[in-house]
Design a protein around this ligand. Structure first.
Ligand code: ADP
Ligand code: MG
Length: 334
């Protein structure tokens, strides 16, 4: 089986990045966390950025699925337990996003993700029987969170990989805003969190990667004081012996990689955790359901690139497609 692991390193930063910073620029801190390169820059002291970095590393230490010393690891091993108030807050946020998306985003997907080898890199294609059996353990509604006490049903395990980066971006931005920072850009491996606007008052410009052409981008969206998060099948995938491509975003209804017609889903909203979970959920839902979901729940903007080479954009955004990108842009009507 051909294996392929895409680490989101410098390439990614070029592709989903903020363009047009001043050449001299603000202080910057780069670091590796949550399996990706993160890049924080803001108009403040470098030590403030280092504090924001430490906050992100602390979230990672608590909720990594693979590190044996994390709180989440202990929960999965023991079927529950007591967690720190910070981890309880993240679980509470994640569970409310599972409910909002009616399980298109489901943090109990971990046994399925592991069966496909996405946690270890030992990729394989499980049989339909195997994935069907694993779905027995997938249902966020059966997770009990009471204060800081968590109870998981037998066999269930939690994966916060679909929301942790967005949550960390939101918390880091809140930390910096509380300390008077009014302009900054936090890139958490393709999860972009902006603080205010650029110092000259103009919007941050975030490039949206072209899901069909890895090294190119499809367009640029303007963002002020919000998060912009993209989920795409191109981020982590492998080719099976059957020649099919299998990626890391699972449809909790089938236990198999979501093939919904969405190639990439970008969500722009105030709350980075919401953006992260919704970008995963809209990828699972597919274009029609995603559009209905946007109309029904509101509170966010989105850019969906579909396998029919259409880019669906909500009217609240200023989006400029790259001229050479092969997608027809359709602005949704309110
Ligand atoms: P990335 O982490 O690459 O930015 P996403 O935010 O879309 O991408 O999250 C994908 C990760 O979330 C997967 O690696 C897996 O750990 C987990 N995941 C996969 N499918 C789902 C799902 N339907 N609901 C919740 N988490 C998921
Ligand atoms: Mg996500």
């Amino acid at each position: 089986m051909k294996k392929r692991r895409i680490l989101l390193l410098s390439l990614c930063l070029c592709l989903l990045c903020a363009c047009g910073q001043r050449p001299s620029g603000p202080p910057k801190v780069d670091f590796l966390a949550m399996d990706t390169l993160m890049e924080f820059s803001a108009y403040t002291d470098k030590s403030r950025l280092e504090e924001a970095r430490d906050l992100v590393m602390d979230i990672e230490r608590r909720v990594s699925t693979t590190s044996q010393s994390s709180e989440l690891y202990a929960l999965n091993r023991d079927g529950g337990g007591s967690v720190s108030p910070e981890t309880a807050a993240l679980l509470d946020t994640a569970l409310s996003l599972c409910r909002l998306t009616r399980g298109a985003f489901d943090i109990s997907i971990y046994p399925v993700v592991r069966a496909w080898g996405f946690t270890t890199g030992d990729y394989r294609v499980p049989s339909f029987d195997e994935t069907a059996a694993l779905l027995e353990y997938v249902d966020y509604a059966r997770i009990r969170l009471s204060g800081t006490d968590v109870t998981l049903p037998e066999g269930m395990e939690i994966d916060l990989g679909g929301v942790a980066k967005g949550y960390a971006g939101r918390e880091a931005a809140a930390y910096l805003r509380e300390r008077g920072v009014t302009s900054g850009l936090l890139n958490l491996g393709g999860n972009v969190q902006t603080i205010g606007s650029k110092p000259d008052g103009s919007a941050w410009r975030v490039a949206i990667r072209d899901p069909r052409r890895e090294t190119d981008y499809a367009g640029i969206v303007e963002v002020r004081d919000k998060a912009a998060v993209t989920s795409g099948g191109y981020e982590r995938w492998f080719t099976g012996e059957d020649g099919e491509t299998y990626w890391h975003i699972m449809d909790p209804a089938t236990g198999r990689p979501a093939r919904s017609g969405v190639l990439s889903a970008t969500v722009i909203a105030d709350d980075g955790a919401l953006c992260d979970a919704l970008s995963t959920a809209l990828f699972v839902m597919g274009p029609e359901k995603a559009e209905r979901f946007w109309r029904d729940s509101g509170g966010f903007d989105m850019i969906l690139i579909t396998d029919r080479d259409e880019t669906l954009v909500t009217p609240g955004l200023t989006y400029t497609p790259l001229e050479s990108a092969p997608y027809t842009v359709r602005t949704l009507e309110t």
